[in-house]
Every structure is written in structure tokens, then in C-alpha cells.
Design a protein around this ligand. Sequence first.
Ligand code: ZN
Length: 139
Amino acid sequence: MITPEEAAKKPLPAPDGDTQTFWKGMREGRLLLQHCRRCGHVQYYQQQLCRHCGGGDLVHEAACGRGTVYSFSVVYRAPGPAFKDDVPYAVLLVELAEGPRMISTYTGGPVEDVTFDMAVELVFEEVSAEIALPRFRRV
Ligand SMILES: [Zn+2]
């Protein structure tokens, strides 16, 4: 059971063994993608194995931060009390320049500005001492 106090706070990521490198990168202003040294596949989010070839030789490299809006949806009804001041907001499916697609949210302007194929760039939003979240704004 979630208390009203808990419901009023936004949930935060809890870095674990698989994701702590990713979240450390976010704190340092870098979106880390995994590159497979065997097949060249680039993936987001972090896993132990390449999702293309199953290889385990993955290295982290920072994304350039550029991408395009592959799809999006505008949220008008807050999913909980913690988000009531945010609506309306746009949830983006961004295709990164490196290939992977990631879900994030739009920042830096009204949701009416968001269009398909719009060029966007990554920004980092500090939400706690440990966590910075990736968001995207129009280029
Ligand atoms: Zn691979």
C-alpha cells in the first residue's frame, strides 16, 4: 500500500549492478551506450549480453546526445499526484544518432512544439544527489 506521502513523490531509479555505470555516467553528463565488440551492435539499456549476437564483450561509450523523435504521446492526465504539476507533458520515443531508441520526456518548450522526426538533443536534469535524468529538447 502506497501512502499519500509516497504517492506525492516521483519514483527515482535505483542503480544496481547492471546499471550503476549508466547512472554514474548520467551524473557526469554522459549518456552511456553499450557497444558490442563482436558484432558492433549498440544498445540502450544496459545488459550483460549483446541483444543482437549474445556476446559478452560490451564497452560503454558516450552517445553524442543527438536524435530524432521517432514517436511521442502527450500526457494530459497525471498518472499520480507527483506528476500533477507537470501535465501536459510529452513522452518521447527518441531514435538516437547511434541507433538505439529510448523513452524520455520533452523539455524546454510547450508540448505543441513536438512533431515526428523533430531533431532533439539530450539534456541532463539533476533530481537528487545521485540521479540525473535524461530529457530531450528541440535543437
Ligand atoms: Zn553483438
